[in-house]
Design a protein around this ligand. Structure first.
Ligand code: BGC
Ligand code: BGC
Length: 655
């Protein structure tokens, strides 16, 4: 299975691709060098016969309709009926009545209306509704929200990941939806990328294991009664292929060798497909200059061929529009490359008309259309849509008490506890006594948005605390813990205090972002605004012991902040169950330690603003390697680190 060195260069274009990309050399792919995977679902001749019958009765219009997914922000149930659209989604900013605070019941009622528009008459199979349930059912106020994937990567607890998938699926079902666009299985190796937090790890083995666990949680175990039953939803490993290797640029170009693409970037798909994932989302990114939405060799020959994937490949949000010669309303090349469903949020109507014309002209071969439709309908039959009744009559639907149920939130809080990574603990400052007088400060101390990150209620994650009915801020969790032990907690936005505290907990870090909005040119934390550092230093200069709780979607260069703090906790983006932080930072009132730190770095921590060396990324040695993480038993001493860029890079050259 090893690739010869001849495979690593840019080979001559394949004939078909050369026509699609005039003048551009398409990097050659060697499918025979990729592993052949055994599909976990056995061939099902009965199901295929039913698909034959369905296909035989469909008009070209209906077939094209199944290939198109529209956003609920622009499509109505009447449109779905008229064009026979196969699917709808809610993008990060879409919701019923265009109100991100719409009640869960409104989601369910809307699901009923889309369902009703897709059955009866000559309609084929009911519509599928997909949603970005990427850290819980995160579009729904009150649903359980878990730490983002990078924090889960620190837990090293695949069974927890499976359980999170199971809870997420159940809560999605409560609102009548069918399909989660998760897990992201990117192997992020350059933290400048704005989607780093959606990645579990830079380590392919960890991503592979977690991908399998999350897909199993979301869909149920293949071969059991639970698989895609009424408590489970379809899963979507994304974004195929290579999104984690774009050198810090969202929707960028992955220049890795074919070997790295296979052994690093593809690891999560091997896990996810082995667990029976039914859909895969194509990546906005390119591999060696060619957009993945048009890469037939990887989408078709590798994914559907070598990997034996017989589910459906969905495009990303207007991702097809980025192919040469394509627009949002017209893209035969994406279908021909192997996309089975195009995510066309607003332009579904014209896309339908143009795709139909391309089928009629032969620009899209009938065989390709039929294969795509067969895959969409196969997934719908496996999901049991032919047996389903309207969403609100399905088991669990409308049981709104399951959204954010105490048992579910307890799992989220456990995930928070397990995700925390201790980087420094001078003179065993932590664990703290709950009898202490604690100053809680920093602009992350009392902000659910800041502790939750992007993809939380809205796309960029900017909702105020009021949007989170069950949430607990980090401050609130600390206050609850110390008040119960007759200590005292004082919240202060700027670090001023009335009574001198025994200890200060400073909660600070990145503000929420999603996708390309989070790309940064350097790994230096907050280069233009050093107020957090000033706050740490001021408390330090007053001889108040300082615990830094750092909220971030990625490891960042924080040498100065590490120096200014006595203890430093990388808390990632823990989400609304802020109580999990106090659980670990404080002793029980009787002095015992209920929870030690157990999080280990899922990504290498940089010693300078430049990305450290990770797999195929050249660079300096990290400050803290992958797998690093202290416990209370460790001596948490950390020597003073260089703070200026010149000194940081001078140190590097010694490695
Ligand atoms: C993202 C996907 C997401 C889709 C739908 C795209 O911009 O890249 O990850 O599933 O939007 O919201
Ligand atoms: C949508 C997201 C989508 C993004 C793509 C946003 O408006 O809400 O779901 O991923 O656009 O750029």
């Amino acid at each position: 299975m090893a690739l010869g060195s001849s495979c690593l260069g840019i080979g001559p274009a394949q004939a078909g691709d050369a026509r699609k990309y005039p003048g551009k050399a398409v990097p050659r792919v060697h499918p025979q060098d990729w592993p052949r995977l055994q599909p976990p679902l056995p061939a099902d001749p009965d199901l295929e016969r039913r698909l034959d019958v369905l296909l035989a009765h469909m008009t070209p219009e209906q077939k094209v309709g199944q290939l198109i997914q529209a956003d609920i922000g622009s499509v109505t149930p009447a449109d779905v009926r008229q064009l026979g659209l196969g699917s709808v989604l809610n993008g990060g900013n879409s919701s019923p009545r265009d109100d991100k605070l719409a009640a869960p019941g409104e989601w369910l009622a809307l699901a009923d209306r889309f369902y009703a528009a897709s059955v009866g008459g000559d309609a084929v199979l009911p519509v599928l509704w997909g949603t970005d349930a990427v850290h819980g059912h995160n579009n729904i106020p009150g649903a359980t929200i878990f730490p983002h994937n990078i924090g889960l990567g620190a837990t090293r607890d695949p069974e927890l990941i499976r359980r999170i998938g199971e809870i997420t699926a159940l809560e999605v079902r409560v609102t009548g939806l069918d399909w989660a666009f998760s897990p992201t299985v990117a192997v992020a190796r350059d933290a400048r990328w704005g989607r780093t937090y959606e990645s579990y790890s830079e380590n392919p083995a960890l991503v592979r294991e977690y991908a399998a666990a999350m897909v199993t949680g979301l869909q149920g175990m293949p071969g059991t009664q639970q698989f895609l039953d009424a408590a489970h939803v379809l899963a979507t490993p994304k974004h195929f292929l290579g999104d984690g290797g774009t050198r810090g640029k969202d929707q960028g170009d992955n220049r890795s060798t074919e070997t790295a693409l296979r052994d690093l970037d593809a690891a999560g798909y091997i896990g996810a497909l082995g667990a029976g994932a039914q859909t895969v989302m194509a990546s906005y990114s390119s591999w060696r200059g060619v957009k993945m939405h048009g890469n037939r060799a990887l989408l078709t020959d590798v994914l559907k061929g070598r990997f034996g994937f017989d589910g459906l490949v969905i495009g990303d949000w207007n991702g097809h529009a980025q192919l040469p010669g394509c627009t949002a309303v017209s893209c035969a090349a994406a279908v021909n490359a192997g996309l089975d469903m195009l995510m066309a949020p607003d332009d579904w109507r014209e896309l339908h008309a143009n795709t139909l014309a391309q089928v009629r002209s032969g620009a899209i071969p009938m065989s390709r259309l039929d294969d795509a439709v067969r895959r969409v309908l196969r997934v719908k039959l496996r999901a049991g849509l032919d047996r389903e009744v309207r969403p609100s009559s399905r088991p669990f639907a409308g049981q709104f008490e399951l959204l954010g149920a105490p048992a579910h939130r307890a799992v989220a809080r456990q995930a928070v506890r397990e995700s925390l990574v201790l980087l420094k603990n001078r003179a065993h400052l932590l664990p703290l006594s709950p009898h202490s007088r604690v100053l809680v400060t920093g602009d992350g101390a009392d902000s659910i948005a800041k502790q939750s990150g992007g993809w939380t209620i809205n796309w960029q994650g900017t909702e105020p605390n009021q949007a989170f009915p069950h949430a607990e801020t980090i401050y609130a969790g600390i206050a609850r813990c110390v008040t119960a032990a007759h200590g005292a907690a004082e919240l202060s936005a700027n670090g001023e205090f009335h009574t001198r505290p025994d200890v200060a907990i400073v909660v600070f870090g990145e503000n929420p972002y999603a996708e390309y909005e989070g790309d940064v040119p350097t790994l230096e934390y907050s280069p233009a605004d050093k107020r957090d550092l000033a706050l740490l230093r001021r408390l330090h200069s007053l001889d108040v012991p300082v615990v830094a709780v750092f909220l971030s979607g990625r490891p960042l260069w924080v040498n100065a902040e590490l120096n200014a703090a006595d203890s430093f906790v990388a808390a990632w983006l823990p989400g609304p169950e802020g109580g999990g932080i106090a659980d670990v930072l404080f002793r029980a009132p009787n002095g015992t330690v209920p929870y030690d730190f157990r999080g280990k770095l899922p990504m290498s921590w940089p010693r300078s603003p430049k990305p450290p060396a990770v797999d195929d990324v050249a660079g300096e040695q990290p400050l803290f390697p992958f797998g690093y993480g202290l416990t209370y038993a460790d001596d948490g001493y950390l020597a003073t680190l260089p703070e200026t860029l010149a000194r940081a890079s001078a140190r590097l050259t010694r490695h």
